[in-house]
Design a protein around this ligand. Sequence first.
Ligand SMILES: [Zn+2]
Length: 419
Amino acid sequence: MKRECVSCDKEISDIHLLCDGCASELCSENIFWIGTSAIIGEPVINRCKEDSKTTLRIGESPDGKVIHKEGKKVLQEILDYYNMIDEGEGDYHEILVRLTQILTELGITLEIDEYNLFLSPQVTKVLSEIFYMVEEVRNKTGEDSGPPELYIVIGNLFYYLSSKADSCIFSPEFRKKIVDELRRESEIYYKKASSKENNNHITFRNMGINYLEIRKLKKAVESFEKALRLDEDDLESRIGAVRAYVELDELESAEKLLNNMLENNPDDPRIWYLKAYELRKGGRWGGAIQFCEQALARDENFVDAILMKGEILLGNEMYREANETFDKGIEKDVENSKAWFLKAKALHGMNKWGGALQCLQKVLSFDPQNESAWVLRGDILNEKELFEEAMEAYEMSIKIVPDLERAKQKIRVCKSRLS
Ligand SMILES: [Zn+2]
């Protein structure tokens, strides 16, 4: 594992790629650089940095050729408007309405696409450019006069960026800080969109999805319910509402909505999976496994359903069956670190130490900041009476989550066994 900052070669503690100094420099320069290339294992931070300086205006290709005349024109008008603000000329709102139309033409949708969280570099740049322009005008005029759709798109941009930042390039503390910041920005822009005369249910749906991610569950429920008042058949909002209800242990509300959804959308595997999720939360294991099977009957590649089934088996100490189930998940998605972690737990349950440690090695190669993997590694080594190595693993977990009591306690036990 790399112990040097990839940008300045400064020595850093074991498991991240950028030192906090370089990270904050990059983020203060242009937060949107996070969106410009793949991050995990990306050694060309400097290229990223250069990338973030050149701007690709909406309507322009990277070599400056105009490919969308109207887009180019609208940006010019925004710039002109910005220069003329003091004279109070031009209709800014109307320009922004046209801008949002152009975004739609360019395929930038209002929906959060959970299956394609990573925007292309071009789209990210276009959106970041728009963001800075809108902000500049707002700073100068003090008014939020954009159309709600524009704010939804900007909110989505921050949502996507926070998902990107949540990877292993930063130190754990820095990552937490930056992700929190980006999630807050999403919240702000969705709120701006919702405070307008806005009947677009997508605003509230996206807001709910963001709240779910930051575990503001009550607010998530409120947002999804608002979205459903505007469009009661919106499937994505219903799914979000069920997730939030289950997390809040409001299983009755979840069940009511779910039964209705199963009637109306019996072919959607996600609904069978959610039903399994709800039953599992209520401790109804048998039913939950059946519903996982139902989800898989509709989509055999539904890895989350495979893993949930395995987790239920694991929880009931059916280690061999659980292990076989996780193997199926890994077969579908070989880089799924959760699947490898759960397999390690199953093997641990079967007393197969070596195999479990190998699986954990896999997890940590994808996700070095997975503190649970370090703790389990510590537990296994501890049980094998390799106390020094166990202590090292527990110490790694504490570097990631400083107040991990269980690991601290285990270190004390290891120490007493050694002395
Ligand atoms: Zn550095």
